[in-house]
Design a protein around this ligand. Structure first.
Ligand code: ADP
Ligand code: MG
Length: 917
């Protein structure tokens, strides 16, 4: 009820927008005749005129009709393609920062040129985002001709480009690239030490092609730049045997009290320790020297340990060899619980995989540490204006609006679609299904109708290919590994009699032209006379018409995908631009989706009907339960994304602060003021710790202060003798005196280098310290996020807890940056500019573009980069001050757990900042 009302309103809103767009399209059409008269030069001159108008204060909306008309005219001259009116309307939706839903084959690549041209006129840069490098390159070259004709520059960013190539590409008016590459460049830019290393110009306007793939499907996993983490294999091995000392208990239904050490919740695959079990685990950990006697597993500082214990519990009590996993070649390989297939290369998260490796006594693989990360949601929300296009957005309209503030506008097709979507055929089992598919393919190809078979996995593609080979049916196979090659095969999937098997992702973005791609054919033929060209074209036209008469492209879905949208994408391959076409899905009760969600009821019904393997049913109950199953999975994934985003929003706030600060520091010529300020804060804190405000002389801990000053700032002062000599020295004046002494020492030390070198060096140390601490902060946050649900049953909302604790961690991170930066600069010994140069050179080899970036989390980082900044600065110190050695390797200021906290809170360190470090 509510939905229909919503749809009514939504539908009419869509209609209203289209009406508006149609009006503007009319206006654009009015320019057409006169623009057709213009010489190329006069047409190109328009770009200059528009730019001037914008400078003079015209808005982009005002010049839109004329600008779109210019692009259309240029399109006619450059490509011989005239933007259709509906394409104009799509372009308007994009310019307004919306999602234009336009079917496959409607020419979205060309649509994008309209808003891209218009928005590039401001000179702030426009990004066009596609799903793979091949498409980025293809579209930039293809559409680049149009932009070039109109006097705008085009670039493309590709993975593996050099910094210079990237910078050049980003400096262009229009930059094409993939979502991953844009995201990684953003992260890498924020790991740069000098502004000259940065490649991007900012996030102005982005048009995302296949926007649902990028903002929905890929948004479940964040972009991560990572490297190997600390080796914890020992810990896993030590914790594993402890589990056998624990006894399973049962929960009393009524009182909810449990006996024993733990209870198992089979449904959620979780294990809960009872109070007794908890105490026992702590005892065992203390015995093993893993935990200090006075600490609890629930302390924030031990959240990492808690995760290990939990992983070991689950590994030993819930996961069974040869059911959940197998051990093969000294490795633990996951078995998919629904399909029983091996999932090589996949690993369980949160330390579970390592815990099982410990249990099976095989090699424990290292975890990785996050260096920088961002979700696509938060990367793309940074753009001043965002727009997207796809053939399938409507089913996800709600999420687009709530997450990205992107409204979906459904643009009508240029020609009414002629495609026939036949009802699903459901078979009892996989054999029956595939036999039917092969049979039908044989019958259909005999008529020369081209067929595209979509599969949900590479394995299924291969299986089908074998069956077709056995039946001597000629076919090609694609599986989304080699985009370029594939694009060529897909382009020819419309040839008479062609049979093409493709995974859902394969060859996306490439149009299937009935009769094959004329362009590719021409290209392959090389230089041709006009006459030959006409012949080739004529032959193609005949072929094209023939395929149309056979019924157009037949799409066979060999399985339903988890998401209805992906199924629609597959269907959309057929019937482009009003072509004829047919689609049908073949299902079996053995399919993943059916096994997981729909099978029982349907199976019993099919049995009741006494069906055999070869028979199929077309029944609304089946279609309905499939749809229900798909909706269920879609919702599951949506929750996953929402949850990811909820947590990432917190990191995002911190990331924004850090990146903004970092940028400001990077742009500054000189950070001396900042450093002076940091030093002052540290001295104030130290003094406040040992000489509390308003305290009596006898409460002062002067030896302690001397020690701390030496420790943190490397200076040896006889503060007691200052006090003896000057009765007027009290807390505040003491701070002043300490600061002026410290400054003198520092100035003298730095005098060996010229001011420019000094500033350069100071900045570098500051930024590298921020980076190192940020990395540590990120991995602590990671741990916190993974472990926070373990506290769920302590009656606390994990998310609130996460928010609260991460705030504390962030404060701690800032403290660490402050202490460490000042400390490095205080302790470092420089003998001349040569040392700084050397320092630079060492770091230059470690620029972030050498990082191995990954999505999702995996991969490694070059070893060079892994040597952190501090280890590098340590090298300089080793040349100079001996004393500095050793003090440097510590991650946190050396404060005893029972000492007063150096942050000046007055609490003990372990109860304050030490809690979190
Ligand atoms: P989509 O991305 O919407 O699926 P494409 O951008 O791949 O579609 O375009 C499909 C095909 O339509 C391409 O071969 C393109 O050259 C052609 N095309 C697009 N717009 C026009 C037009 N206005 N006139 C003629 N052909 C067009
Ligand atoms: Mg496309």
């Amino acid at each position: 009820m509510a939905l229909t009302i919503f749809q009514k309103i939504f539908g009419s809103r869509n209609e209203r927008m289209l009406k508006q767009y149609r009006k503007i399209a009319q206006k654009i059409n009015e320019y057409e005749a006169s623009f057709a008269e213009l010489t190329d030069e006069a047409l190109q001159q328009k770009t200059t005129e528009f730019k001037a108008a914008i400078v003079a204060g015209s808005s982009l909306d005002e010049i839109l009709p004329e600008a779109f008309a210019v692009v259309r005219e240029a399109g006619k001259r450059v490509f011989g393609m005239r933007h259709y009116d509906v394409q104009m309307m799509g372009g308007m939706a994009l310019h307004e920062g919306r999602i234009a839903e336009m079917r496959t084959g409607e020419g979205k690549t060309l649509v994008a040129t309209l808003p891209v041209y218009l928005n590039a006129l401001t000179g702030e840069g426009v990004h066009v985002i596609t799903v793979n490098d091949y498409l980025a390159k293809r579209d930039s070259e293809w559409m680049g001709r149009l932009f070039e004709f109109l006097g705008l520059s085009t670039g493309v960013i590709l993975s593996g480009q050099s910094q210079q190539e990237k910078q050049l590409a980003y400096s262009m008016d229009v930059t094409y690239g993939t979502n991953n590459e844009f995201g990684f460049d953003y992260l890498r830019d924020n790991m740069a030490i000098f502004s000259a290393e940065k490649v991007m110009r900012g996030q102005n306007f982005a048009v995302i092609d296949e926007v649902d793939s990028i903002l929905i499907d890929e948004a479940r996993t964040p972009l991560i730049i990572s490297g190997p983490a600390e080796d914890k294999a020992e810990l896993y091995r030590k914790i594993n045997p402890l589990i056998q000392h624990l006894e399973q208990g049962v929960e009393d239904e009524e009182t909810k009290d449990s006996s024993g050490d733990f209870t198992i919740d089979v449904k959620s695959k979780q294990i809960h320790l009872t109070d007794q079990g908890h105490a026992k685990v702590e005892e065992l950990l203390v015995e093993e020297d893993i935990l200090n006697a006075d600490e609890s597993l629930y302390d924030a500082v031990n959240i990492g340990l808690m995760i290990h214990v939990n992983a070991a519990l689950r590994a030993n009590l819930l996961f069974e060899k040869d059911r959940d996993y197998i051990v093969e070649d000294n490795e633990v390989v996951i078995i998919d619980e629904f399909t029983g297939r091996k999932m090589s290369g996949r690993r369980w998260s949160e330390g579970l995989h390592q815990a099982i490796e410990a249990k099976e006594d095989v090699a424990i693989q290292q975890e990785s540490q996050t260096f920088a990360s961002i979700t696509f949601q938060n990367y793309f929300r940074q753009y001043h204006k965002l727009a997207g296009m796809t053939g399938t957005a409507d089913t996800e309209a709600g999420e687009f609006l709530s997450t990205y503030n992107l409204e979906v506008v459904v643009i009508p097709p240029n020609k009414m679609p002629q495609r026939k979507d036949l009802a699903d055929l459901v078979y009892l089992d996989m054999e029956g299904k595939f036999a039917a598919i092969v049979n039908d393919i044989r019958t259909i190809t005999a008529t020369q109708q081209p067929i595209l078979v979509g599969t949900a996995s590479i394995e299924m593609s291969e299986l089908l290919s074998r069956l077709l080979t056995d039946s001597e049916i000629k076919h090609s196979v694609l599986n989304a590994k080699h985009h370029e090659n594939e694009a060529h095969i897909v382009a020819n999937a419309g040839q008479p009699g062609a049979v093409t098997i493709a995974t859902n992702m394969a060859g996306r973005g490439t149009d299937i032209v009935l009769g094959g791609s004329l362009e590719i054919e021409m290209e392959a033929l090389g230089e041709l006379t006009d006459e030959q060209k006409a012949d080739v074209t004529q032959a193609w036209q005949a072929r094209h018409d023939a395929v149309l008469s056979y019924g157009g492209l037949m799409v066979i879905g060999s399985e339903r995908h988890e998401s209805r949208r992906i199924d629609n994408q597959l269907r959309g391959r057929s019937g482009r631009q009003g072509d004829a076409g047919v689609t049908r899905f073949y299902l079996s009760l053995d399919d993943d989706l059916m096994r997981r969600f729909a099978s029982d009821k349907v199976k019993s019904m099919m049995k009741r009907l006494g069906m055999s393997s070869e028979e199929a049913i077309e029944h609304t109950m089946v279609s309905k339960s499939i749809q229900r199953a798909q909706k269920q999975v879609e919702r599951l994934h949506q929750d996953e994304r929402a949850n990811l985003l909820k947590f990432d929003d917190i990191s995002n706030e911190q990331r924004k602060v850090v990146y903004a600060q970092r940028n400001e520091l990077m742009e500054a010529d000189d950070v001396t003021d900042v450093l002076d300020d940091l030093r002052e804060q540290i001295v104030e804190k130290l003094v406040a710790n040992y000489v509390p405000k308003g305290s009596l002389d006898e409460q002062w801990d002067i030896p302690g202060l001397q020690r701390a000053i030496h420790e943190e700032l490397g200076a040896e002062f006889d503060i007691q003798s200052w006090l003896d000599a000057d009765k007027d020295l009290y807390e505040e004046t003491l701070v002043t005196k300490l600061l002026s002494e410290l400054e003198d020492i520092y100035k003298t030390k730095m005098a060996v280098v010229d001011p420019k070198t000094r500033h350069h060096f100071e900045k570098e140390v500051l930024l590298r310290t921020i980076d190192k601490q940020w990395r540590e902060h990120l991995s602590e946050m990671d741990y916190l996020r993974k472990g926070i649900h373990l506290r769920g049953y302590a009656q606390k909302d994990p998310f609130q807890e996460y928010r609260r604790e991460s705030r504390g961690m962030f404060t701690n991170f800032l403290q660490e940056v402050m202490f460490e930066t000042v400390k490095v600069l205080s302790l470092v010994q420089i003998e001349g500019a040569k040392d700084v140069e050397e320092f630079d050179e060492q770091n230059a080899a470690n620029r972030p573009q050498h990082l191995d970036a990954s999505h999702p989390a995996a991969a490694s980082i070059s070893d060079a980069m892994h040597e952190s900044s501090l280890e590098t600065s340590e090298k300089i110190m080793d040349n100079g001050g001996e004393e500095a050695e050793g003090t440097f390797k510590r991650e946190t200021p050396k404060v005893g757990r029972n000492d007063p906290c150096p942050c000046g809170s007055g609490k003990k360190y372990k109860q304050c900042c030490g809690k979190l470090s």
